[in-house]
Design a protein around this ligand. Structure first.
Ligand SMILES: Cc1ncc(COP(=O)(O)O)c(C=O)c1O
Length: 298
């Protein structure tokens, strides 16, 4: 019997235990970060906003001139299968399209056959529920995000060296996570999350240079529903440092309070009431059939 309890992957048309999932060393996804991906999640046995993730994934593939012989419906059922065989009720579910391998001896991306992979593993947290009650200590990194003129940030991508070096810098400076900036010191995003600053009744989130996160979208929808104004524009680091509340958004953890930026406490140094209200709203949506669908594990 195959053991899928640590997760399951879809590789070459087969479901395999996650530890046995392998790709070619020569795939450009590995050699050149020539790939796109998306991550959805399963909570209490239900997918959350899966169609939105699949839509963004297909749009990313289109922008990178990639194609695979799978319909939307195929992708959905492959992802469900990965979760179903793993039996995971809380899962982190990734879909990936790589450029594949060119013809032997060639370096022409048009000769590559693009490849699709997927996997489900136990849920991944940027800040776990315990940490979310305290809030995170964020460092504004000196590293700049790769500019949107170079790599389209609306295509979910593996160009993470700026953010990974930002993380090392954050740990060296006593922080827990990092955001990278643009050439003018505006905050862009962090390793796997978008950011919001709240001042009065206005939410500000960077407009440009970011992945348009699905959790960011949920936060914007909830804030608007609760009667707040949401503005998408540049977010200078000092504006975030002096905000009433700051939070980050990601599939890997939802809406997560930031209670310290560099050496400065945000608000009173504990998660603020607006962030908490949004967090509650976010997890309540996980019961809403409009946003979720139940996995049949039988
Ligand atoms: C660079 C980047 N920004 C933002 C996000 C958040 O996006 P989402 O809310 O869709 O998970 C991610 C997710 O991994 C990301 O990689």
């Amino acid at each position: 019997m195959l053991d899928f309890s640590h997760g399951a992957a879809y590789v070459d048309g087969q479901l395999v235990p996650i530890a046995e999932a392998k790709i070619s060393l020569l795939d450009w996804g590995f050699l050149h970060s020539d790939a796109t991906y998306d991550v959805a999640h399963v909570w209490k046995g239900k997918f959350f906003r899966l169609d939105d993730h699949v839509e963004r994934f297909l749009s990313s593939m289109g922008k990178l001139r990639m194609s695979i012989p799978h319909s939307r419906g195929d992708l959905r059922s492959i992802l469900v299968d990965c979760v179903r065989v793993s039996g995971l009720r809380e899962a982190y579910v990734e879909m990936i399209c790589t450029r594949g391998l060119p013809k032997p001896g060639a370096r022409d991306p048009r000769t590559c056959t693009n490849r699709f992979f997927a996997f489900a593993i136990p849920f991944v947290w940027i800040a776990n529920p315990q940490k979310q009650t305290e809030g995170l200590h964020l460092i504004v990194s000196r590293w700049q995000r790769i500019p949107p003129e170079s790599v389209d940030p609306t295509v979910k991508n593996y160009h993470w060296l700026d953010m990974i070096m930002g993380l090392f810098e954050a740990y060296d400076r006593g922080g827990e996570t990092a955001v990278v900036v643009d050439t003018r010191g505006n905050i862009i995003e962090g390793p796997g999350f978008n950011i919001f600053a709240v001042k009065g009744r206005t939410f500000t989130t960077p407009a440009r240079g970011v992945l348009e996160g699905i959790t960011r979208r949920t936060a914007i929808e909830l804030a608007t529903e609760y009667g707040y104004e949401v503005v998408q524009r540049n977010l200078p680091a000092d504006e975030a440092r002096t905000a009433d509340e700051v939070f980050v958004t990601s599939t890997a953890g939802g809406i997560m309070p930031i209670t310290k930026i560099d050496e400065r406490a945000i608000g009173s140094g504990i998660p603020g009431p607006i962030t908490q209200k949004l967090q509650e709203g976010y997890w309540t949506l996980h019961e809403d059939p409009h946003y979720t669908f139940k996995i049949d594990y039988e």
